[in-house]
Ligand binder design. Structure first.
Ligand SMILES: [Fe+2]
Length: 321
């Protein structure tokens, strides 16, 4: 009798839960935890970035669930076990840890600034451009956030490249280019101790020089072996490198850069669909403005970037763009 009551209760409770969760995810297009976090933050209209509300809410929801089971089953051991599971579930989200680690990574990025100002600025511009492409693709905020963060770190391996190669005014020799290529694998080496926590963004960044025809590096991956996020980075990285003045050549115009990107799609190097979306839908003035601003804004917003890595991304981006 009790068991029948429990089954009915369990099925209906879980159904309502799944429906509510689906609605929340639809509304916010985020993971449940982030969606709940967003909702509660809005509810309290708090500026506080501490990621505590979703945990409280998770515990409350799971507690209601477990207490209900307790009264249905009247089984103390089960109740304690479930409470323990709730405790574990509440801390299952690695985002908080990974964001703390990203703060340390941003320090490495700052070191890179001291070594190579171009690469530092370039990283933030690539992040903005990638953000724009991902936004046009209507990717969810978690994915956009991952792309943005991976763009920030994508070139930190350059910290090990000798200055005379990195800053060289003339064209690189074949040997020097081979050394430059090492920066991609070095990214993983530098971040190896914390790789497990930020695997998702390192794995995207690591493939930003892969090309669809298999002639990229470090692995020579082809088409579908290269994830969407890395393809986006590749376009943003290429575009920025083209339009910015370099010691050995002035930056290309936007139109020229667009035509070079198109040529790269014809050669099956860059993703044709993504390049088309990028050229067609991204308001050029917005990029121009954000790229112009980024140099001066970076310093002002540096603290904010770090904070932003700890919490939400979109407010900052909207502000800077
Ligand atoms: Fe690179």
């Amino acid at each position: 009798m009790i068991k029948d009551g429990f089954i009915i209760f369990f099925v209906s409770f879980m159904s309502i839960w799944v429906i509510l969760e689906t609605i929340l995810n639809k509304i916010y297009n985020k993971s449940k935890l982030k969606a709940v976090n967003e909702y509660v933050r809005k509810f309290f209209s708090s500026k506080d970035k501490i990621n505590i509300y979703p945990i409280i809410l998770e515990i409350t929801l799971h507690s209601i669930f477990s207490i209900s089971i307790f009264y249905t089953y009247a089984n103390t051991k089960l109740y304690i076990l479930i409470l323990f599971l709730i405790f574990l579930l509440s801390f299952r989200d690695k985002t908080y840890i990974s964001n703390q680690l990203l703060t340390f990574i941003s320090l490495i990025v700052n070191l890179l600034e001291k070594k190579d100002r171009y690469t530092f600025d370039h990283s933030y511009r690539v992040a903005l451009i990638s953000y724009n492409i991902a936004k046009q693709l209507k990717m969810n905020l978690n994915d956009i956030d991952r792309i943005y963060k991976s763009a920030i770190i994508h070139d930190i391996g350059k910290i090990i490249i000798p200055d005379e190669i990195l800053q060289k005014k003339g064209k690189l020799t074949k040997e020097e280019f081979e050394i430059i290529k090492l920066h991609v694998k070095e990214l993983k080496n530098i971040l190896e101790p914390i790789y497990e926590f930020i695997k998702d963004i390192v794995d995207i960044a690591e493939l930003h020089h892969e090309r669809l025809d298999g002639n990229g590096y470090p692995y020579g991956y082809k088409s579908n072996q290269i994830p969407l996020e890395s393809r986006i980075l590749a376009i943003a990285d290429t575009f920025d490198a083209l339009i910015i003045d370099r010691p050995y050549r002035p930056g290309f115009s936007f139109q020229k850069a667009f035509s070079i990107l198109k040529e790269d799609t014809e050669k099956n190097k860059l993703d044709k669909y993504l390049v088309e979306i990028f050229i067609k839908t991204i308001p050029q003035t917005e990029i121009i403005e954000s790229i112009k601003k980024v140099k001066t804004m970076i310093r002002i917003y540096q603290g904010k970037i770090i904070n932003n890595m700890i919490s939400s991304l979109s407010d900052f981006i909207d502000e800077i763009i």
